[in-house]
Design a protein around this ligand. Structure first.
Ligand SMILES: [Zn+2]
Length: 338
């Protein structure tokens, strides 16, 4: 388990400081709900928190050298338990949750903390969630349960209300770009990326919703090509010069997720411009006025934004998105009309 990389992500510093002082005052939370969009390093932070709780050094923790830290690094610490969605599964299985709870009720092997982590807690079904309610209500001593979930997903209130909540925010764009450039320089494999311009870093970052780790995975050259392709697609749509079914097929074949994200961002900018707000922060939500006050053009843009978000929601369920995308593209003609 990599628990030291969290130190190299500057936007995690606030959370680390908070947890360090909680540890000093012997008040580590029994249950922590960490809300984070993908690509912000939530998993690395949770590894670091695990190491913080399990490290046996009397000095700064995690020390990286004590027996506990070494066991963690080798993924063989008996008091660290990790649950995530199994491959090809739609939900975290209730058996996985039960096994975790059982492990956490046992005595600590090394006489210190026990840490249980559930990654992707939004994929718990009702039975899975109910299974560990008792654990949340009556935590055993020196036990820490950490749930990682997307901010947009709603966990049952019975669970969320019993956890200390922490939300990771994307860093400011300049901090993110500086970090991405430094990181690309340090990676020999991405020599091509390290020569990319600031503008292409910013484009990748915007497409990744401000999440630097996700943006780093995007090929900056590919981002520029996608950008050009999307603009051309929208121009053809506005001129009714393209078959919607064929266009939807083409989008679904190559980078559908990125295209929807691109479209959401593009629509948001149009809404801002139409409302006269300019383009403020990349993820800022446009102010939604009562429908009656909106010009038809803006209303059409909002409808399109809703459709794009619904499509993204569909994507996370694994359902067929082709028809929904065709409907969205048809509907977009109204919004695109001059
Ligand atoms: Zn240690």
């Amino acid at each position: 388990m990599d628990y030291l990389s969290a130190d190299s992500l500057p936007w995690l510093g606030g959370a680390q400081t908070q947890l360090r002082s909680a540890l000093k005052s012997l008040r580590l939370p029994h249950s922590l709900l960490l809300l984070s969009a993908p690509g912000l390093g939530a998993e690395l932070l949770v590894n670091w928190i695990t190491a913080l709780a399990l490290c046996e050094s009397v000095g700064d923790r995690p020390c990286g050298v004590c027996a506990s830290c070494q066991l963690l690094r080798a993924d063989s610490h008996p008091d660290s338990h990790y649950v995530r969605l199994e491959e090809d599964a739609q939900q975290i299985k209730v058996d996985q949750v039960r096994a975790l709870i059982e492990a956490l009720t046992l005595k600590s092997y090394r006489g210190g903390y026990k840490v249980g982590v559930i990654e992707g807690a939004e994929s718990l079904n009702a039975n899975g969630a109910n299974a560990f309610l008792k654990t949340l209500e009556e935590p055993t001593a020196d036990t820490m349960l950490i749930l990682i979930a997307r901010p947009s997903h709603r966990l049952p209130a019975t669970i969320a209300s019993r956890c200390l909540r922490m939300t990771l925010q994307p860093p400011a764009a300049d901090v993110a770009v500086a970090w991405m450039k430094a990181h690309a320089l340090a990676e020999p494999a991405s020599a091509a990326k390290s020569s990319a311009s600031d503008a292409s870093w910013e484009a990748a970052l915007a497409l990744a919703g401000g999440a630097p780790l996700l943006a780093l995975e995007l090929d900056t050259a590919g981002v520029a090509a996608l950008d050009a392709d999307m603009r051309e697609s929208l121009r053809l749509l506005a001129d009714a010069a393209v078959d919607v079914t064929l266009l939807a097929e083409r989008w679904m074949r190559a980078n559908p997720g990125l295209r929807i994200t691109w479209l959401e961002k593009w629509i948001t900018q149009r809404v801002h411009a139409a409302l006269g707000q300019g383009t403020s922060h990349q993820s800022a939500e446009p102010v939604r006025l009562p429908a009656a006050l909106l010009k038809p053009k803006i209303r059409a843009l909002f409808d399109l934004l809703d459709a794009a978000r619904e499509l993204r929601r569909l994507a996370s369920t694994g359902m067929n998105q082709q028809l929904a995308l065709e409907a969205l593209l048809l509907g977009s003609r109204a919004a695109l009309a001059k």
